[in-house]
Structures are given as C-alpha cells and as structure tokens.
Design a binder for this molecule. Structure first.
Ligand code: ADP
Ligand code: SF4
Length: 736
C-alpha cells in the first residue's frame, strides 16, 4: 500500500496535448548503445515502462548528418530508414502507459562530424568544442543554412510522430544543443536578426517550436531542455535563463531544466548532493504557466515530495536514479521504499558513453543486459536443478550473487571473514566523499536479511577444510583482492630498487586506519581512477604534506569518463596537494624518492618520509587455488563446481564486481555456451550494391537532407533486423 504522503507523486499531469500518468519523468540519457545496439536500448527502456515511469525519453537523437558526435554513439534520425528502430523504442516506452519522448539534437559547434565528414554548421563558426579537441572548425550558418536547419527539424519531428512518439524534446542543454548555442552570447556572435538581443537570440527556438506545432498539428507535446546556468562572462547565465523564460513562458509545453555543463548536471555524489540544482531552478515555476521538470539524482520520495510541495518542480526528472532502479516509481507506489536500489552517484554509467562501449551500472547490473543477456532488474530467472551454494566473501560480488541466487530460490550460505558485510565497500564508504557508495552494501544486505533461504555467517574466514565440509554443491570464491605494496601497475612492470627503511603503505593500510598522519608523503598513482585522489584528501585531513606523483599528464586521468577529472584536479590543488604529473618513481631511498620524467627520463629528487602506492591489486585467490589442488576430493564432498568471481578473479571497479556476482547467479544451472558468445549482439546487414533510390523522400524527390548521390553503402541492418531475424523494417506505422 502506498504511503499517502507520496500520493502527490502519482497525480496525472498535463503536458500540452498529452497527459502523463504521474510525475516520474525519465529525462533523456545516453547509454553507450544508441544506434549500434537498438534492441538493447529498446529493452532497457521497456523496463522503465514496466517500472512505472510516467514519461520516458530516448537519448540524444541526431537529426542530420551535418551534425554528429562520433565517436559517441547516440541515436540517428537521419532519414526514414531510422524510423523502424525508433518506432520499436516508442512502442516499448508506451507499453505500460508512459508517454514516449524523443530528444532531437543538432550539435552545431559540438559536432565534429568525424563519421559523416560533412562540414559542421554552427550558429557562429569556430573550433569544434569537444572533449577531445578535434582539429576541426565549423562554419557559420548563413540564412539559407538556417532555413535548411528548420526544415531538417521539421523532417525529424514528422518522423518522430510517424514513429509514435508523444513528446519532442528540443535539446539545448549541457552546451551540446544548437538551441543553447543560439541563446548564449558566447556561441552566438551573429549580427543579423538571430544575434544580439535576447529576443533575437531566441528567434530560432520560436521558429522551430512554431514549425513543430504546425507539422504535428499540435498533437505532440514540445519540451525545451535548457541549461540552467552557463558559466563565463558571455554565458547564458541563470539570470538570462529566467529572463528568457519570463519572455517566452508559453513557448514549450514543458520546461526541462538541467544544470550547466554535463559535468555540472551529472556531478558525482563525491562532489554533489541530491537536489544540487535547487538554487538555480527555484522560482522559475513562477515565471511560466507550463510545468517544470528538473533533475537532482533524486532517490528519496520525501525529497521528491518536497520539491513539488514547495513549488520548485512539477515533475521529478531522473536519469541515473532510473538506471539504478527502473522500478523506482512502482516501488514507491507499492509502499516498498526500502526496496529502492538507490543510485550511488558514481557515474560508471556515464563512462559507458564516454568510452563508446556500452553503459553499465554499479547498482543495477542488468542495465543494458536486458536484451543482450535476458537479465531483468527485478524478475529473477527460475531456479534450476541444483540446491545449495556456498559463497565465500561478502563484498559486492558475493552480496550480489547471494541476493540473486536467493531470489532464484537456492539454499545460499554466505560466509564472510570480517565482522561486517560489504567487503571493499565497507571500507571505501568511510573515505572522504564516498559515503553514498555504501548503498551497494546496504541495498543488498537489506534484501537478503529477510530471505529464509540465505544464511549469512560473519567472522568466518573459511579454510579449505571448511569449504570442503560445508556440503554445498556449488562454491563461489568471492574473496576479493589486495592492493600491491610496490610500483607494479601500468608504467612499471617490474619492481624498482627500494630501501627497506622507507615506510611504504597501501590503500588497504590507510583504509584500516594505519599509515602516516604527518610528514611528507609521496603518493604514487598509477591506477588513474578515483582512489589516489581520495586518499590524497584523507592524508591532507590527517595533517600530511602530500606529493602526488603520476605518470599521466593529469591526475586521476580515467575520471574524465566519470566527468570528475577537472573537479578532482581543482580539489587537490585547492587543498594544497603538490602535483608531479608525467613523473614516476625510479628508486626509493631511505629519505627520498628519485623521480623520472616519463618523457625525457630526467631525474629529480623528492625528499619524503613515507610512500603510498596506489598502483594495482592482486587477487586474493589462495583459497581457490588450494581447493583446486584438492579437486579429486570434490565429488566425495558433493561438490559439482568451484569458481572464483569478482575481484578474486580479476580486480576491477565495484560495477565489475556486482556484474560478476550477477553473472554467476544468472548462469548457475544454465547450459554452458561453450565457444559461442554469452550475449546477443546486433550485426549490421550488408546493404545491396545498388544505386540509392530516393523513394524515401517525400514525393520521391531529392531533398536538401537526402543521403548521398552515389551507391549508398549504409550497412544499417542494426536498425533493420534483430538477431532472431525479426524485421525492424516492418513498422507498425508506415511513413505517410
Ligand atoms: P569483491 O569486490 O569481489 O566483492 P571484496 O574485496 O570487496 O571483493 O570482498 C571480498 C570479501 O571476501 C572481503 O569482505 C573479505 O573479508 C572476504 N574474504 C576473503 N577471504 C575470505 C575467506 N577465506 N572466508 C570468508 N571471507 C573471506
Ligand atoms: Fe548511479 Fe552509478 Fe548506476 Fe550511474 S552507474 S546510475 S551513477 S549507481
């Protein structure tokens, strides 16, 4: 039964011509799959529909080849042949009564067009502003280009309607969308009627919204997604955003407001709390009669209610909370708030897009595996013939495996050497800024606690004899890993000369409360993720003078992928950490470390009192290997299989551990795939070698946004045919 305090979250609400069934609004979010993995994205969005969201959006959908952001993989709506995949998406989104939205994007000064090789078109020309400083410039659109762009938006809007979407989102946020480029004086230097005054800079938006209403006969709702604040002297500041909304209060059917850059909007929990953009959005509702949606990594229903009752928002926008728990609305509706799998704000999901791979989620290992592996975020696979499983180690791997196996109905024994469940998470959650990571352990321990078929034993460091005599059929060794005490990682593949008089510490030591509390510490980071910088903060708080040495050109380099790098580097500089980039230790003496420049080899001496190595980890797999040497005894003890999983197999981030635990639980009693792939993938279908026919353009004529004249070679089978031959080219709605 729903708590009546949360009733307000379930009120139906009008968005222009459409009505959302509740206030849960999944804002557009990338997933690293996009046009390459259409079926995976469809099934991911379907789980959100099942989970009770009132509005569900696609990710950024590129409307024309003159603006694409390769190597990032988003959606395409370049011509009619993109409609079937998107129609399937819209169908999935609407399968449980949600409104289906599509975010239309033209990236202007942000699109390098590395794939289409078209000349980028921007509001005002100049170097393309990407994460990777591509050596490409855009040219300034002239009036005829602007007319073309309006028509391309019209075409995309018409195609979106044909595909069955209810809402169109015009993307002008995060510095990525052309609408923001028009509005901002830093990207709009025009002197014609599209530049200068705010009224002029808003002209293009007004025109496209008008076109959209005309094209859809007012049947689709229009959302305008804007940045709440763009920094910089000329940026589209929060004050100007308010002026714009006051002047154009009725322009879209809903205002979708997202803090400044993507880094600001999707800040990690280390740097941003829940509801972080509240100050920027407060008061905007009073400027418009149209509903307002905003984000804030909302996972607490009380906070959601507060946002609505205090008149800050009408809809609760969520990207990451909807990834971590696609069933968040339904759980609130059913009075099961303790079952919410709260987002931990780690941005591993973002890293899937940034690395152009496929997104994964630390908390929800089923994310993007719904189609690929048939995993479901809530529904367990039916139990197989086996009965009993022993899991050794209750870190994220062991906990996830125990939870899923428990749900499947097996008799599970979970043995943990220490006095608490959670493994590395129990330790890392105590580090500066990482408290929210504890949710990985809290969610799972909370879920397994009431399960009668899952027995948990603390303070139980199992030996080989213990394991053999436990009577379990299957054994999962999830014993984790230890940080190394030497330099071996990426740069150094062998140890370096080291004086035993120099105290050398590891992250495990510091997390156990040991290590230096004063003096000068050389922290060597060849891990490049978050931990080195977090431990630097810890050492500073203890009173140490921290000398941060890394062979990379910047600190915590991999956190570019979690959108944190700049914030981390700034934080370390602000708290007085001395940075030595492109440097690595070559010799460790009694009172100093000799550093070598990674470019020139030039050496410098760094006097210090202690060293902290943040290098790499060694699997804790001694138990596994000892059990293997006793394989001949397994049968006598009723043991069918022993596997090592998670960090005990290959150390990685926490998301890799929960995935490993889930995979073990999913695959138990499943047929071994042998040499075949363990997941489904979509394979591009070869296009016939024939001249391009213009049948897809209205009236059969070549339009300005038509594909190229010569033999078309789009291998677009990904959007045409699923793995089992189900044709995607047979849309339920045919283009007019
Ligand atoms: P992962 O990320 O793979 O879950 P962790 O290092 O977080 O790995 O967790 C591993 C857990 O296994 C730790 O809590 C550790 O105390 C526990 N462990 C290690 N060896 C044993 C053992 N022999 N018996 C029971 N628990 C163990
Ligand atoms: Fe949240 Fe991390 Fe999952 Fe992203 S990966 S949704 S930030 S828990």
């Amino acid at each position: 039964m729903r708590d009546p305090r949360y009733d307000i979250l379930f009120q139906p609400l009008q968005i222009g011509p459409k009505t959302a069934k509740n206030r849960f609004y999944q804002v557009p979010h990338c997933n690293g799959g996009g046009y390459r993995d259409p079926s995976a994205v469809v099934e991911m969005r379907r789980t959100k529909a099942e989970g009770g969201w009132g509005v569900i959006f696609t990710e950024q959908t590129e409307i024309h080849p003159t603006s694409e952001i390769t190597p990032f993989i988003e959606q395409h709506l370049w011509d009619d042949r993109d409609i079937p995949a998107l129609a399937r998406m819209a169908d999935a989104m609407k399968s449980h009564g949600a409104l289906a939205g599509i975010q239309l994007a033209y990236s202007g000064i942000n699109g390098p067009n590395l794939y289409s090789r078209e000349v980028p078109l921007a509001v005002s020309g100049g170097p393309i502003l990407t994460f990777t400083s591509d050596p490409v410039q855009a040219r300034t659109m002239d009036k005829s280009d602007i007319r073309d762009l309006r028509r391309w938006f019209r075409n995309a809007i018409r195609r979106s309607q044909t595909a069955g979407f209810d809402l169109i989102c015009l993307y002008g946020a995060h510095g990525f969308g052309i609408f923001q480029h028009f509005l901002s004086r830093s990207t709009n230097l025009r002197t014609d009627e599209y530049g200068g005054s705010l009224e002029n800079r808003a002209r293009f938006i007004r025109e496209v919204v008008e076109d959209a209403r005309e094209e859809t006969k007012g049947e689709l709702a229009i959302s305008l997604r804007l940045s709440l604040h763009e920094a910089g002297k000329l940026g589209f500041s929060n004050a100007e955003v308010r002026d714009f909304i006051a002047m154009h209060g009725d322009l879209p059917d809903i205002w979708d407001l997202a803090h400044g850059t993507w880094e600001q909007c999707s800040g990690t929990s280390r740097f941003k709390p829940e509801a972080a953009q509240e100050d920027l959005v407060r008061g905007i509702k009073a400027l418009t009669a149209k509903p307002v949606v905003g984000v804030g990594r909302f996972t607490s229903p009380d906070e959601m209610v507060r946002q609505i009752r205090t008149g800050i928002l009408d809809f609760i926008g969520a990207a990451r909370p909807s990834i971590a728990d696609p069933f968040l609305p339904l759980k609130i509706d059913q009075g099961r708030t303790e079952d919410i799998r709260e987002c931990i704000g780690c941005n591993i999901c973002v890293s899937g897009d940034m690395t152009h791979s496929i997104s994964r989620c630390t908390q929800n290992p089923a994310f993007m595996e719904e189609w690929r592996k048939g995993w479901h975020p809530e529904r367990p696979r039916p139990k197989g013939p086996s009965e009993s499983i022993l899991i050794v180690g209750a870190g994220p791997t062991g906990l996830e495996a125990a939870h899923q196996l428990g749900l499947r109905g097996y008799q599970v024994t979970l043995a943990e050497a220490t006095k608490s469940l959670g493994g590395r998470v129990t330790l890392e959650r105590k580090l500066p800024g990482l408290a929210a990571w504890g949710r990985v352990a809290d969610y799972r321990t909370g879920q397994i606690a009431p399960m009668p078929n899952v027995q948990t034993y603390l303070d139980s460091r199992l030996t080989v004899e213990d394991v053999l005599n436990m009577g379990a059929q299957h054994i999962a060794i999830a014993t984790g890993a230890q940080w190394r005490r030497d330099v071996i990682a990426r740069l150094h593949l062998a140890p370096i000369p080291t004086d035993p008089a120099m105290p050398i510490w590891t992250p495990d030591d510091l997390m156990a409360g040991k290590g230096p509390s004063q003096g000068r510490v050389m922290l060597y980071d060849d891990d490049h993720f978050y931990l080195g910088s977090v431990l630097a903060e810890l050492l500073v708080s203890r009173g140490c003078d921290v000398q941060f040495v890394t062979p990379a050109v910047k600190v915590a380099e991999w956190t570019e992928n979690t959108l944190e790098q700049a914030t981390i580097q700034r934080r370390l500089m602000e708290i007085g950490v001395t940075l030595h980039t492109s440097m690595a230790p070559e010799r460790i003496g009694r009172t100093e470390v000799t550093l070598g420049c990674t470019w020139t080899g030039r050496e410098t001496i760094l006097p210090c009192d202690a060293v902290l190595m943040v290098t790499s980890r060694t699997p804790d797999d001694a138990l596994y290997h000892a059990l293997k040497t006793r394989k001949s005894e397994w049968q006598t003890h009723g043991i069918t299989s022993i596997k090592r999983i998670g960090d005990a197999a290959a150390p990685g981030p926490i998301a890799w551990a929960t995935y490993a635990g889930r995979r073990y639980a999913e695959e138990l009693d499943q047929p071994d795939p042998g040499d075949t792939l363990s997941f489904r993938r979509e394979i591009a279908e070869l296009a016939p070698l024939q001249a391009y026919s213009f049948r897809n353009t209205p009236g059969g004529k070549r339009g300005a946004d038509s594909p190229p004249l010569h033999g078309e070679t789009h291998a677009c089978g990904a959007a045409r045919r699923g793995r089992h031959g189900e044709s995607l080219t047979t849309p339920t709605r045919r283009p007019p």
